[in-house]
Design a protein around this ligand. Structure first.
Ligand code: FE2
Length: 410
């Protein structure tokens, strides 16, 4: 069974990654940043967690306002460093703990936290900047990650209380996950800073230290503050510290502090912290996914779950992309070439080229990309329905009240 072995908090300003990439540890101005991470690295080497569940916010790099969500859980196997305008950092991709992520996603949704799920998105400095400090530059990543992206940049955003409660649900979900995994929770962001407007450059070390104290001893008090109060006390962008309450909610009532640091070299107060539970991690329920219980007995029915989505992602991506006229043209001009270029496996290519509609569903395609493929190759939806049922079109039409033909093609 998975268990939380400790919690790490860290600012995620790009300056942390900047210092690490330029090996500035000998410079007295930059040295305190490196020293802030020493005890955390020692703890990680000693405890050897399997997974760092990393709570961060993207800075309008991989997540834009065409679809902005409150809580987005990464369910990918691998995460590349994002290009934030000057090219991606020269750092290895982070391996993702995708099975755990899917399990936590199921549990959190059952616990009524409505998440979004993402893949194929590089992670920006919100995640990579602090994580790169948690290992020697030449060392490989010693753990996998589950990134949890919190949309804190376009209001309305989750309340501090909602973040804390999500952390409590996360604790339940992790405790109930069946695989024996050691998980460390990493909260990133803050502390006080503001990077826009006439108030740009605002800091408040007094509040920062109060926040750190309350986080340990009275996190409930922090859940009662509004976004405006966080902005007033710690700067508007500093209000991202509500993400630390997710981490705190995932910890027990009483925590033991192993490390804490605070340094304000320029724009953002850089803080780090490390805590363990005083009480051993207890199983507290959770992972109750009874919404689909029994669905497996409904004949010919295949709920499109996160597991199916992971298995069918490459194929679904390819078929979905047929909504692009140029991709359609390439597919119709050279079907096999287009599928090979997209990296489809021989099995996937066979299913598509045979128009094996039932086989495609069994494999993990969702119906709504099949109707796109049908439109591209000039087949009606009724053909697809009949084929999935194993009937001729005529026989299938006899089961309908009216014999009509339709599809999503114009
Ligand atoms: Fe941030």
């Amino acid at each position: 069974m998975a268990r939380i072995i400790g919690a790490i908090a860290t600012s995620h300003t790009p300056t942390i990654g900047f210092a690490r990439d330029r090996s500035l540890s000998a410079d007295p101005v930059w040295r305190p940043i490196f020293e802030a991470y020493g005890p955390i690295r020692d703890w990680l080497e000693d405890k050897r967690p399997d997974v760092l569940l990393t709570i961060y916010n993207d800075h309008i790099t991989s997540f834009f306002f065409d679809h902005y969500s409150a809580f987005a859980l990464g369910v990918d196997d691998r995460y590349a460093p994002a290009d934030e305008g000057g090219g991606p950092r020269d750092i290895a991709d982070l391996p993702g703990a995708s099975e755990l992520a899917r399990g936590l996603g199921v549990s959190l949704m059952a616990d009524e936290f409505d998440l979004s799920f993402f893949r194929d998105k590089p992670l920006d400095h919100g995640c990579f900047s602090p994580l790169s400090m948690l290992k020697a530059p030449s060392a490989p990543w010693a753990w996998r990650v589950v990134p949890l992206q919190v949309g804190v940049l376009q209001f309305p955003i989750p309340t501090a209380r909602r973040c804390y409660r999500l952390g409590q649900a996360l604790r339940r979900a992790i405790a109930a996950y069946p695989e024996d995994l050691k998980v460390a929770i990493v909260a990133t962001g803050g502390l006080s800073h503001q990077v826009h407007g006439e108030r740009c450059g605002f800091n408040n070390p007094t509040w920062d230290h109060q926040f750190l104290d309350l986080l340990e001893t009275d996190p409930e008090a922090l859940t009662r503050l509004t976004h405006a109060e966080y902005a007033e006390l710690g700067g508007l962008e500093g209000a991202e510290v509500i993400m630390w309450l997710i981490m705190r909610g995932a910890m027990g009532k009483t925590v033991r502090r192993l490390h804490r640091s605070y340094y304000l070299p320029s724009m953002t107060a850089i803080a780090t912290g490390l805590w363990e539970d005083v009480e051993p991690h207890q199983h507290e329920g959770g992972f109750v996914d009874d919404q689909l219980a029994g669905a497996e007995t409904i004949a010919g029915t295949y709920p499109y779950t996160l597991d199916r989505s992971a298995r069918g992602y490459r194929l679904n991506r390819f078929l979905h992309d047929l909504i692009d006229p140029e991709r359609r043209r390439q597919f119709l001009a050279d079907e096999m070439g287009a599928m090979s270029t997209a990296g489809l496996t021989a099995e996937e290519i066979g299913l598509v080229s045979r128009r094996d509609w039932r086989g495609l569903i069994h494999y993990g395609a969702i119906f709504f990309v099949l109707e796109k493929l049908a439109a591209v190759v000039g087949v009606s939806n009724l053909h697809v329905y009949a084929a999935m049922r194993g009937e001729t079109l005529d026989d299938f039409q006899k089961t309908r009240n009216a014999s009509i033909q339709y599809g999503v093609a114009r």
